[in-house]
Design a protein around this ligand. Structure first.
Ligand code: FES
Length: 253
């Protein structure tokens, strides 16, 4: 099954737009269709849709710039072109709206058509960042923790209050002993994938060393930038070995 969600269906050869970009693109698409196919009666609706798309684009642009600031390498370069495209599309639609308000309909429609073409290309780049480079997706989706109890460490390798990384059937896991209780999380940070065991334990929370996302020991979020909780693991000690499994996701009593 491809990402289109159609079992056995043909996969498109281009990535879809990111969800937060889709509302803006959808609004501007509707405006363009009304401009091209509608008559005088639909002009007001088309102008309203252009304005709605502009309003939707402002927070998207702000969120996108914040995401871009955390990227590096090739993703940062693609993200830079994507941000420039979004800014240009927003500016062209703002100029279009101003022209429409002054009654200059033909230049207004031309500007929004040009802005739409730029926005569509930029949305393609945004989709590429998400679906091909994994930017902005929950990074723990790439881990496959064991569904059966799996030994990962000797019990005496787990020191009180120390974040300890281990491997469980190929999945990176984080273990913590806190006041005698054992806790386990997926080690790969849900934000951008940094190893959480390289962060620090502050009070009852794990702080990621990369961008400061903070998770309680049950995986819930204390503080972003992450927007996805960290999957928690069940932990127990059997015959001197620390074992983990993903089911039930509760810490040991
Ligand atoms: S990778 Fe960004 S906060 Fe963890």
């Amino acid at each position: 099954m491809c990402w289109s969600g159609r079992p056995g269906g043909r996969c498109p050869r281009w990535p879809p737009c990111q969800p937060r970009a889709c509302s803006r693109i959808g609004t501007w698409t509707s405006a363009l269709l009304l401009d091209l196919l509608g008559g005088e009666q639909t002009q007001k609706a088309a102008d309203g849709l252009v304005a709605a798309g502009i309003l939707a684009a402002v927070p998207t642009l702000t969120a996108g710039l914040s995401d871009w600031a955390e990227l590096s390498g090739g993703s940062r370069r693609v993200g830079g072109v994507h941000a420039l495209g979004n800014t240009t599309a927003l500016a062209l639609h703002a100029l279009s709206w101003a022209a429409r308000r002054r009654g200059n309909r033909a230049p207004g429609v031309a500007l929004s058509a040009l802005g739409y073409a730029v926005a569509a290309f930029s949305a393609y780049l945004g989709g590429h960042l998400s679906f091909s480079r994994g930017v902005g997706v929950n990074q723990t989706a790439f881990e496959d923790p064991p569904e059966e109890w799996t030994a990962v460490l000797g019990e005496n390798e787990l020191e009180e209050g120390k974040l300890t990384g281990a491997q469980a059937n190929g999945a990176a896991v984080l273990l913590v002993r806190k006041e005698g209780r054992l806790y386990g999380l997926i080690d790969r940070c849900s934000h951008r994938g940094c190893p959480l065991h390289e962060g620090e334990l502050k009070d009852d929370a794990v702080v990621c060393s990369c961008h400061g996302s903070t998770f309680r020991l049950d995986g819930s979020i204390v503080k972003g930038p992450t927007t996805s909780p960290q999957p928690a693991l069940q932990v127990r000690v059997e015959s001197g070995k620390v074992e983990v499994e993903v089911r039930a996701a509760k810490s040991q009593d």
